[in-house]
Design a protein around this ligand. Structure first.
Ligand code: SF4
Length: 388
């Protein structure tokens, strides 16, 4: 067998997987896995020979059976406002984007979960790229590794990377296992040591997967809502045809019940004349109030308004500033906690919904992906086609 293929990329393993690899494959004590995790995630070292507290024999064994393969930086660009974007090569052909956004005492990294996306939200730049494949755990956590190294981040001491949002390219819940494993490394003290509430997964509304996530993880949940009624949402987010708003809100309730006192964020991209009218604000306020009432908690639902960031070829426009303010006021008047997300990094196309990467071979893979989606959700191809 070819050595390069046989080597295990250690970035693909969380603490449990790494302990198993040390015990079963290397015949070593499990605690050795902890030393390696610190070298990789705290000190950003990938060469086993530089891991000086490991004996020579173990280093040789690691050399023979394992590697630490991180994404290749193809291009990086700092923005004038401190935002930093990376184009990361994943396999010689495809590339994805990750973006770091510093802001008053915190630093947030926006991480991608797939090469492209199959969900085809109408206002999303990633959607225009089609879909190629899911990212591996190594490729997801590798984005955090690249940013942490660049920032000189040291967990527990010099923490510059304080939050991760799974809001980059792709629908994270369609790449469930790899995303959950990567998020476990983000939250592990031997990984990046982030608190559960500082890791946020954003979904377009994969209802069964929200329930599955609730069983396995305590991360914060954000939902890309973008419309307050089914007719409009089905147009903007086609997945809504499969999982309409009532089902989505019920899944959010089930998720929130497992995490008392934590709110769920509802993302709402404001597009001129499309979803930014007073009637939409009233409908959205009603929906959010219903959620608060169901949870018997004030501010159980939090709204993030995102002024649309135009990209070449889109038919949508950003709402006027006065309409954005009026929309927010209408929600605040209805006692719905509502923020407007300040646009960051738009001089480097790193703003929300603008991530594009480089997706090759996307048409063939999309058909394959639809089949996977059908299998995952237990429904035939037809239902999925309606959604995708
Ligand atoms: S908004 Fe998110 S789920 Fe929708 S197409 Fe874009 S990346 Fe995919």
């Amino acid at each position: 067998m070819n050595d390069a293929i046989a080597k295990q990329n250690l970035l693909d393993l969380d603490r449990e997987g790494l302990e198993r690899f040390f015990a079963d494959t290397l015949g070593e004590k499990r605690f050795r896995a902890h030393q390696i995790m610190k070298w990789i995630h705290h000190r950003h070292v990938t060469d086993f020979n530089e891991m000086t507290d490991l004996g020579k024999a173990l280093r040789a064994k690691l050399e023979a059976h394992a590697e630490v393969r991180v994404p290749q930086i193809q291009f990086e660009k700092p923005s004038t406002d401190g935002t930093h974007k990376w184009l990361l090569g994943m396999d010689g052909k495809n590339a994805i984007e990750a973006v770091f956004i510093p802001d008053k005492g915190r630093g947030t990294l926006c991480v991608s979960s797939q090469v492209g996306c199959a969900l085809n939200c109408q206002f999303c730049s990633t959607a225009t790229q089609g879909f190629n494949r899911n990212l591996s755990t190594a490729e997801i956590i590798g984005q955090v590794w690249v940013a942490a190294k660049h920032l000189g981040n040291v967990p527990h001491r010099q923490r510059k990377l304080t939050n991760v949002v799974m809001m980059g390219m792709g629908e994270p819940l369609m790449n469930f296992d790899n995303v959950v494993r990567a998020m476990s490394i983000m939250r592990d003290d031997l990984g990046y040591g982030l608190a559960n509430k500082r890791v946020t997964l954003s979904t377009a509304g994969m209802v069964p997967m929200i329930d599955k996530l609730a069983e396995l993880s305590d991360v914060s949940l954000a939902v890309s809502l973008h419309a307050p009624n089914d007719e409009l949402r089905s147009e903007l987010v086609p997945l809504n045809k499969k999982y309409p708003i009532a089902e989505l809100m019920a899944a959010c309730e089930r998720y929130a019940r497992r995490k008392p006192r934590e709110s769920i964020t509802f993302e709402y991209t404001l597009m001129k004349g499309v979803n930014d009218q007073p009637v939409h604000a009233r409908q959205l306020a009603r929906l959010m109030r219903q959620f608060d009432n169901a949870m018997q908690m004030k501010d159980a639902a939090k709204v993030n308004l995102i002024p649309f960031n135009p990209f070449p070829g889109t038919r949508f426009e950003r709402s006027a500033e006065a309409d954005i303010r009026a929309f927010q006021k209408s929600l605040l008047d209805a006692h719905v906690l509502t923020m407007v997300r300040r646009t960051r990094g738009d001089d480097i196309d790193a703003a929300c919904g603008q991530l594009k990467g480089q997706v090759v071979d996307r048409t063939r893979r999309q058909a394959e992906f639809r089949k996977q989606l059908a299998a995952q959700t237990g429904q035939g191809d037809g239902a999925v086609d309606a959604a995708a």
